[in-house]
Design a protein around this ligand. Structure first.
Ligand code: FES
Length: 125
C-alpha cells in the first residue's frame, strides 16, 4: 500500500501587511511597534525549535481585514483569529493551542468584530 505525505495539522496565517510611513491606517507590521516586524520570524523559529514545523505551516499573508486589532494571525483549522500579538502571546498560543489543543481565549478576537460568517450561497448573484 502506498503511504502519502501527511497533510499539515495546522496552517497559521500571519498578517505581514505594513503601511508606508506616515500612513494613518493601522497595520500588523508597524514602525510604531518594533516587535511587530519580528513576529513572523519568531513564530517560524519557535515552531522549528519545538520540532513541529513539518506539521504546522506558518504562512505570511497580506491584510486579513482586522487591522485595528493587529498584529493578527489566523489558525486553521478552527478559524481562530488571534489579535494584539506579541512574542509572548505567540509562545502561549503554540504551547496551549497548537500543542495542547486548547484555544487561548484571552487573545481571540472579540465577537463584535468577528461575527458569524455569511454563507456564500446567501450572497451569490
Ligand atoms: S494589516 Fe493586518 S489585518 Fe490588515
Amino acid at each position: 500500500m502506498m503511504t502519502g505525505i501527511p497533510q499539515p495539522a495546522f496552517y497559521i496565517f500571519k498578517c505581514q501587511q505594513s503601511a508606508p510611513p506616515g500612513m494613518p491606517k493601522p497595520s500588523c507590521v508597524s514602525q510604531h511597534n518594533p516587535e511587530s516586524a519580528q513576529l513572523f520570524q519568531h513564530l517560524a523559529q519557535t515552531l522549528m525549535q519545538k520540532g513541529i514545523i513539518a506539521t504546522v505551516q506558518p504562512i505570511q499573508t497580506s491584510c486579513l481585514n482586522r487591522c485595528q486589532q493587529g498584529p493578527v494571525m489566523l489558525v486553521e483549522p478552527g478559524h481562530t483569529m488571534y489579535v494584539g500579538l506579541t512574542k509572548e502571546k505567540i509562545d502561549r498560543i503554540i504551547d496551549e493551542h497548537i500543542i495542547g489543543g486548547n484555544i487561548v481565549s484571552e487573545y481571540v478576537i472579540p465577537e463584535q468584530v468577528w461575527g458569524e460568517p455569511i454563507a456564500p450561497s446567501a450572497m451569490v448573484r
